[in-house]
Design a protein around this ligand. Structure first.
Ligand code: AHR
Length: 527
C-alpha cells in the first residue's frame, strides 16, 4: 500500500473512532405503577453519625468562637450551610466506641473550667471537651436536625446516663435543670433517640449477649426523657445494641428478651453496624488509588448489605412479627485505608465517584427493607470514613457522597413505589454484578421520583420506563457522574463530581432517558 492509500485509511479510522461511542448503550426496561405506593421511606434512613474522632468534631464542626474561620458560637458556618441542604434528620453522637468512655459532665459549663482528657478510643489525643452537650445541641439546632445521643454503658453507670438525660430534658426546677439554665439553656432539649451502648460485644465492653441484655433492661428502665413535650407525642425512642456481624445469636438473645419484656423496660430499635471493607481486615483498599476491578469488588462487597439485613430480619420477625422494633443501621459506609501521611487513628479517607454509587446502592437497599429498616446513619459526617464533607483548616469541600444525599432529599418520608426491571449483569474481572439499580417513590405533593444507578463503569444505558397509575406531563432530573470511578473533589478542584441536569422525554406514559456509565440519576415526574 502506498503512502496516499495508507493516509486515507488512517483518516477513515480516525473518523470512525471519533464518531462511534466507546461502548454501545445497553437497554433496560422499567415498569412503575404509581398507584401502588407502599411503606414510607423513613427520613431517618438519611441520618448521619458524628463521633468524637479525628477531625470529625474538632475542626470539622467546632472551631471555637474566637476562630478566624467564620462561625456561630464556635460552629463553622460553611459546614452548617452545606448540611442544611441535606435536611439531615438525625445525628448520632458522641460515638461509636468513644461513647462508652464519654463522661458528659466533663463537657458542660464554662469552657475554661472544662478538663482536658485523653481520647483513648481514638489516638490518645488530648480532648479539650469544648464540644460538649450544649454545643452539640446548638449544632443540631443550627442544621435543623434531631439528636441521637449514645449513652455510656461501657464505663459509665445507669445513674450517670439518667442524670445526663435529666440535664438535657428536665423542665421542672431540679438542680440539673437549673445547671442547664445557668449554662445558657433554660428550655429543655428534645432528644429524639438514645442509643443504649455501642458495639457492646467489642469496644463497648466485650459483653456476652446475656450480660448486655441485663444492662439493657436497667438502662432502658431508668434512663428517662423528662421533657413534657415528649411525654404523649414525639416520644424518645430507645435503641438497643445489635450485631456488627452476620451471625444472629446476639439478635436472638436481645429479641427473645424483648418478647418477654414487662411494663418496666423495653426498647424501640435494634442497632446493627455493617461496613463495606473490601478485602476485609486489616484494611488494604485505597480510597483514591484503585482500579476498575477494585471498583467492582467494592460494589460487590457492599451489596452484601441486603443479605446481612435479611438474616437479622428473619430473627426479628420470629420474635416481633408486627415489626414494632425498627432495625437501625446506625453505622454503615465504605471504610478504606487512612490517607497516606495522616494519623491512622483519625480514619481520614477521600471520597470518590465509587462511594457515590455505593451510597445509592445502600440507600436503595434500606428503602426496599423499609418495613423494618427505619433508621440508618452513614459513618461519618465530616472528615471520617465515608464523609459528606472534608475540611482542612478554613477550607471545605463537598464529597460525591454529599451530592447523593442531596439528590435523595425528595425520598425522605416519600412512599415507596415498586419498580419492576431486569437489572442485567456486568462482569469485571472475577466479579459479576447487576448492571442497574432503581428506586421510586411518591412524595406528599403527588410527584413521582425515580432514581437510577448505572453500576457499569463503561456502558451507558438507554432506559425506557412505563409509568402507570398516574398521568405524567413533565420530567426533569439530575445526574452525578465523572470521567473515572476514582474521580474525587479536592480543595483545589471542588467541582469534579457534581450533579448536572439530564434530559428525559415523556411520550404517552413512557419515560425515556440515557444514563451515563457509573452514574446516579434522580428524575422527578410531575402529574
Ligand atoms: O466509625 C468508627 C468506629 O467503627 C465506631 O467508633 C465503632 O462503633 C465502629 O467499630
Amino acid at each position: 500500500m502506498d503512502f496516499g492509500a495508507r493516509f486515507v485509511l488512517r483518516i477513515c479510522f480516525l473518523v470512525l473512532v471519533a464518531t462511534v461511542p466507546a461502548w454501545a448503550a445497553e437497554n433496560a426496561h422499567f415498569s412503575v405503577d404509581a398507584s401502588k405506593p407502599g411503606v414510607k421511606i423513613d427520613r431517618n434512613l438519611f441520618g448521619q453519625f458524628a463521633e468524637n474522632l479525628g477531625h470529625g468534631l474538632y475542626e470539622g464542626i467546632w472551631v471555637g468562637p474566637d476562630s478566624p474561620i467564620p462561625n456561630t458560637r464556635g460552629i463553622r458556618n460553611d459546614v452548617v450551610t452545606a448540611l442544611r441542604e441535606l435536611k439531615v434528620p438525625n445525628v448520632r453522637w458522641p460515638g461509636g466506641c468513644f461513647a462508652d468512655e464519654y463522661h458528659w459532665r466533663k463537657g458542660v459549663g464554662p469552657a475554661d473550667k472544662r478538663p482536658a482528657t485523653l481520647n483513648t478510643a481514638w489516638g490518645n489525643v488530648v480532648d479539650p471537651n469544648s464540644f460538649g452537650t450544649d454545643e452539640f445541641m446548638d449544632f443540631i439546632q443550627q442544621i435543623g436536625s434531631q439528636p441521637y445521643v449514645s449513652v455510656n454503658v461501657g464505663s459509665g453507670t445507669p445513674q450517670e446516663a439518667a442524670e445526663w438525660l435529666e440535664y438535657m430534658t428536665a423542665a421542672a426546677p431540679t438542680s440539673l435543670e437549673k445547671e442547664r439554665a445557668a449554662n445558657g439553656h433554660p428550655d429543655p432539649y428534645k432528644v429524639g433517640f438514645i442509643g443504649i451502648g455501642n458495639e457492646s460485644w467489642s469496644c463497648g465492653g466485650d459483653m456476652t449477649p446475656d450480660y448486655y441484655v441485663s444492662q439493657l433492661k436497667i438502662y432502658s428502665r431508668f434512663v428517662e426523657n423528662d421533657n413534657p413535650a415528649q411525654r404523649d407525642s414525639n416520644q424518645m425512642l430507645k435503641i438497643a445494641v445489635g450485631p456488627g456481624f452476620p451471625e444472629t445469636e446476639w439478635t436472638e438473645a436481645v429479641m427473645k428478651a424483648w418478647q418477654h419484656h414487662d411494663w418496666s423496660w423495653s426498647f424501640d430499635g435494634l442497632s446493627v453496624h455493617w461496613y463495606t471493607t473490601p478485602g476485609g481486615w486489616p484494611l488494604s483498599m485505597s480510597s483514591t488509588d484503585f482500579s476498575v476491578d477494585d471498583y467492582a469488588k467494592t460494589l460487590k462487597t457492599t451489596l452484601f448489605m441486603d443479605e446481612f439485613l435479611r438474616k437479622q430480619e428473619s430473627v426479628m420477625d420470629k420474635y416481633d412479627p408486627q415489626k414494632k422494633i425498627a432495625l437501625v443501621v446506625d453505622e454503615w459506609g465504605a471504610w478504606y485505608k487512612a490517607l497516606p501521611g495522616t494519623n491512622k487513628d483519625f480514619l481520614l479517607q477521600q471520597n470518590s465517584l465509587r462511594d457515590a454509587v455505593l451510597a445509592s446502592l445502600n440507600l436503595n437497599i434500606f428503602a426496599r427493607h423499609g418495613d423494618r429498616v427505619r433508621m440508618a446513619n452513614i459513618a461519618q459526617m465530616i472528615n471520617v470514613i465515608q464523609a459528606m464533607i472534608l475540611t482542612d483548616k478554613e477550607k471545605m469541600v463537598l464529597t460525591p457522597t454529599y451530592y447523593v444525599f442531596k439528590m435523595y432529599v425528595p425520598f425522605q418520608d416519600a412512599l415507596f413505589v415498586p419498580v419492576a426491571f431486569d437489572p442485567g449483569t456486568y462482569t469485571q474481572g472475577s466479579n459479576t454484578l447487576p448492571r442497574v439499580d432503581a428506586l421510586a417513590a411518591r412524595d406528599v405533593t403527588g410527584k413521582l421520583w425515580l432514581e437510577i444507578t448505572n453500576l457499569d463503569p463503561e456502558k451507558p444505558i438507554d432506559i425506557d420506563a412505563d409509568i402507570t397509575g398516574m398521568t405524567i406531563h413533565s420530567a426533569k432530573g439530575q445526574t452525578l457522574t465523572a470521567p473515572q470511578v476514582n474521580s474525587v473533589n479536592t480543595f483545589a478542584a471542588p467541582n469534579s463530581v457534581v450533579p448536572t441536569p439530564i434530559s428525559a422525554k415523556i411520550n404517552g406514559g413512557k419515560l425515556t432517558l440515557t444514563v451515563a456509565p457509573k452514574s446516579i440519576t434522580v428524575v422527578s415526574l410531575e402529574p
